[in-house]
Every structure is written in structure tokens, then in C-alpha cells.
Design a protein around this ligand. Structure first.
Ligand code: ZN
Ligand code: ZN
Length: 216
């Protein structure tokens, strides 16, 4: 139900962006020669990094007791997130995330393909974070990636322990602002998951996202 509501709000956001583009209020451009080629890549990295920052602080704010119930509790109904959880937002939260998309199209010159790429990154990221099995963390490269980028294990811990892991794409803000679970690096090692989960939820044994190879 919440996923459908969120989809409706994101559809309204798309309609607003289209109308704003038609009326000339956005800085979306279609001719690739309007800005240099390197700017295409730079602008994509820029909007990803800005979104990561925007999300961290709005997400952390949404966990404030005065905001949580109406802004973010819907997303946390699921303790064991699945891909269906990925798009389950309270309407107010969906609006906050939509404001970011509208804001960048008004403020930053963006080629249409960059906007499409950002929406694909958002969608893929949301699915991976709520996938229910760890896709990459069960290898050396995966552990390195998992320590710097938000994956299923990282976000799963947030659904279990609300005071850690507010980041969207990169673990940077959680590391810098002290909201990364202190045993996280060890949690990434499947061998130690039981010990560390005991530290997250004392006295409880619960399934932890398992590496993809061992999921079947
Ligand atoms: Zn949250
Ligand atoms: Zn989530």
C-alpha cells in the first residue's frame, strides 16, 4: 500500500518536472554539446554525492521522536526488509525525496541522460539495500566495497537498530558522524555474524542476510 502511495507521489514529481521543463524553469538540457563531455560524468557524480548527503541528514532527522511517526515509521514496518520494502515510504518522506529531484533540476544544469541515470542508480540502490541476501560482501572485493558503500547488510542493520546506518550510497557520513555500528566491519565477515548480532539485539537470534551463494 505504502509503495503504491509513494509511486503516486513520485509520478506527481515526474509530472511537475515535465511541466517545469516545458515552461523553462529547469536547467535540464538535451543537446550534449551544450556542456563538455566531462561535465556529463561530473554532474552525475555531483548529484549522487549531493543526494547521499541530503538523504543522510533528512533520514536522520526523520528518526527524531517528533518526526518519526508521520515521516518514517512506514518504512520501518519491515524488520526483515525485502525488495517490496525498498519503495515503501510514508507520503511525507516520498515528498522530501521528490523535492531533492525537483531541486537539482532547477539548480544544476543536467543532461536528461544524467537524470535518467540518477533515477536508475536510486532504484538499483534501493533494491540492493533491501534485497534480503548479501550480494557482494562475501569476497575480499565485496568486503572492501561493503565497508565503503551501503549494501544489504549495512541497511539491514538499520532496520534492526535505528540508531545506526542512516547513509544512502556511501558509508562516509555514518563513519564521520559516529553513526556506524561499531562492529560493522566484523559483521561483514559471515563467520562472526552471531557474536555481533548478539551485540545488536541482546538475547535474540534472528536470521541475518546471508551471502547470495548460500541463500538457496
Ligand atoms: Zn530509517
Ligand atoms: Zn530500508
Amino acid at each position: 500500500m505504502l509503495s503504491m502511495l509513494s509511486s503516486g507521489i513520485f509520478a506527481i514529481c515526474a509530472a511537475i518536472m515535465t511541466a517545469a521543463y516545458t515552461l523553462g524553469y529547469t536547467r535540464i538540457y538535451l543537446q550534449s554539446q551544450q556542456h563538455s563531455l566531462w561535465y556529463l560524468g561530473f554532474s552525475l557524480v555531483l548529484v549522487i554525492v549531493l543526494q547521499d548527503t541530503y538523504f543522510y541528514f533528512t533520514h536522520r532527522l526523520s528518526h527524531h521522536p517528533k518526526c518519526y511517526r508521520w515521516l518514517h515509521s512506514g518504512h520501518h514496518h519491515s524488520k526483515n526488509p525485502t525488495p517490496w520494502t525498498a519503495f515503501a515510504f510514508d507520503p511525507a518522506e516520498a515528498m522530501i525525496q521528490s523535492i531533492y529531484l525537483i531541486g537539482i533540476t532547477v539548480l544544476i544544469p543536467l543532461h536528461l541522460s544524467v537524470l535518467v541515470a540518477l533515477i536508475m542508480v536510486m532504484t538499483m540502490g534501493a533494491l540492493i539495500h533491501h534485497f534480503g541476501v548479501r550480494l557482494f560482501e562475501d569476497s575480499a572485493i565485496g568486503k572492501w566495497l561493503g565497508s565503503w558503500m551501503v549494501g544489504c547488510a549495512h541497511h539491514w542493520l538499520h532496520h534492526r537498530k535505528y540508531t545506526v546506518h542512516y547513509s544512502l550510497y556511501f558509508t562516509f557520513w555514518d563513519r564521520v558522524l559516529g553513526t556506524q555500528y561499531e562492529g560493522y566491519e566484523t559483521v561483514l565477515s559471515p563467520k562472526n555474524k552471531t557474536v555481533k548480532l548478539e551485540a545488536v539485539l541482546p538475547g535474540k537470534t534472528i536470521p541475518f542476510p546471508v551471502p547470495f551463494k548460500k541463500a538457496s
